[in-house]
Design a protein around this ligand. Structure first.
Ligand code: SF4
Ligand code: SF4
Length: 440
């Protein structure tokens, strides 16, 4: 497993190394070669479809830039050149660095051709003046006179009704600094128990004041996502999507289970039972992977993204582009639709490795945990590690959790599992998540 991780890290390092070639003293031929490669990609890759973002009336590219993990200015510029015109950022992404990078990338471009959304994390007690001040700081970092949409980040039942936010938005709109407001939610926030995404976003749609939403939606989380999308369409609210790809690298799970045993992790009777359950599901996943020759899960991932684009009620699919390879991979799906071979693969995936997917923005089982372990949040960080290959980012997020972590799961009898409607082997997955996210 270590070798696989090291290889991935090597590949990533190589990709980002290319970006910094100019300062690393590489030969001009090499730099020129890479530049030519990028230029040729620029010519080929273009956005193929634009959709109307609800009541904003703005025609947005079907693929948007989701900058939660900040990525290089050059990558953003390349995407803008390809016709991407929707950028999703937030005050807290990279502690402002994401907005700063977006600001650098949009400099000198026709501002009216872009739709920029930022977000503020609000507890509910902030004053109108504080919200205005923080928005002004976002504007400074973005180097732009206005923000198209300001969202309440991870909105809650309480912050939907936050009058100071609505008053601040009114004033900012009057000053020409803001055009629309919106909300995002991916379940209980930052490791704390709370209401489900559907409950909160349906309430936000009913409230009627929000113009755009950022929603979790994918082929394994259809029902909840589609309920919110439907509510948005009735109010002509723009629909933007995150967490569209639930495909994980579950084919290595069996290997991980065996490794845990080999490393002498505690294997008492109770632990053995969950290992057995985990192993059983892992074996099913292996059979699936072999049958469909899915050593590289990108085929399923692309089908997963096409599933989202296939829904005409979705306006923008936000994706995190970490490298030039991602630019090529993701832009190629612009304008595409779900094909019948995709449908088959998604159904099979759902019945196999889908059994391991902790639905983003759920949290139902958390009320059963006597230790207040933030199951959904830890599973999400683990998905960043396993599904996205963002090991360092996932480990940093886990380290910065200010709640209890999953170290308690190994010795617990797994009260949470009976509450999960998807029958996820939570205890085993969280025990493994704790090991890989904290390198214990
Ligand atoms: S395994 Fe136990 S400690 Fe871990 S989340 Fe479930 S109930 Fe909580
Ligand atoms: S483990 Fe099951 S109940 Fe718990 S958050 Fe994930 S999907 Fe929801």
């Amino acid at each position: 497993m270590k070798n696989k991780i090291n290889r991935r890290r090597f590949l990533k390092t190589t990709a980002s190394g290319m970006l910094g070639a100019g300062v690393m003293g590489l030969s001009p031929d090499l730099i020129h070669g890479e530049q030519k490669k990028q230029d040729s990609k620029k010519k080929i890759l273009k956005i193929k479809e634009y959709r109307v973002l609800g009541r904003t009336g703005f025609k947005v590219s079907d693929i948007g830039i989701g900058t939660s993990r900040q990525f290089p200015v050059e990558v953003i510029k390349m995407l803008l050149d390809a016709g991407v015109n929707y950028i999703d950022t937030a005050e807290r992404y990279g502690r402002g660095q994401s907005e700063t990078n977006v600001g650098k990338a949009i400099k000198g471009r026709d501002r009216k051709s872009l739709f920029i959304t930022s977000k503020l994390n609000l507890r509910g007690s902030e004053t109108k003046e504080e919200i205005i001040e923080r928005t002004n700081k976002c504007l400074e970092r973005l180097q732009t006179p206005y923000i198209d949409c300001m969202m309440i980040h991870s909105v809650s039942m309480k912050t939907i009704k936050m009058e100071s936010f609505h008053q601040a938005a009114k004033q900012l709109k009057g000053e020409g600094k803001l055009r629309f407001i919106g909300v995002s939610n991916h379940g209980p926030r930052f490791g704390r128990k709370g209401d489900s995404m559907e409950k909160v976003l349906l309430a936000a749609a009913t409230d009627g004041r929000f113009d755009v939403m950022l929603i979790v939606y994918n082929f394994l989380k259809k029902t909840e996502g589609e309920a919110v999308i439907e509510a948005c369409k009735k109010k002509n609210i723009g629909v933007t999507i995150m967490k569209s790809n639930p495909v994980g690298r579950y084919y290595s799970l069996l290997e991980k289970v065996e490794q845990m045993k080999k490393e002498g992790k505690k294997v008492d009777d109770r632990t053995k039972r969950y290992f057995d359950r985990l192993k059983e599901t892992a074996v099913q996943a292996e059979v699936f992977v072999k049958k469909h020759d899915l050593k590289d899960p990108s085929e399923i991932s692309n089908a997963a993204l096409r599933f989202v684009l296939n829904n005409p009620k979705v306006d923008v699919l936000n994706l995190a582009f970490g490298s030039f390879e991602d630019v090529e991979k993701f832009l190629s799906i612009s304008g595409s639709r779900l094909e019948s071979k995709d449908k088959k693969k998604l159904v099979m995936y759902e019945q196999g490795p889908g059994n391991f997917y902790c639905r983003h923005a759920c949290g139902i089982c958390e009320t059963n945990c006597p230790h207040d372990v933030p199951v959904n949040t830890i599973m999400r960080y683990n998905h960043y590690f396993d599904g996205h290959g963002s090991e360092k980012y996932a480990m940093d997020k886990y380290a910065s959790l200010d709640t209890v972590k999953a170290e308690l799961c190994q010795d617990c009898s797994g009260h949470c599992e009976s509450a999960c409607p998807f029958n996820i082997p939570i205890k085993g997955l969280l025990t493994m998540a704790h090991q890989q996210l904290s390198l214990v």
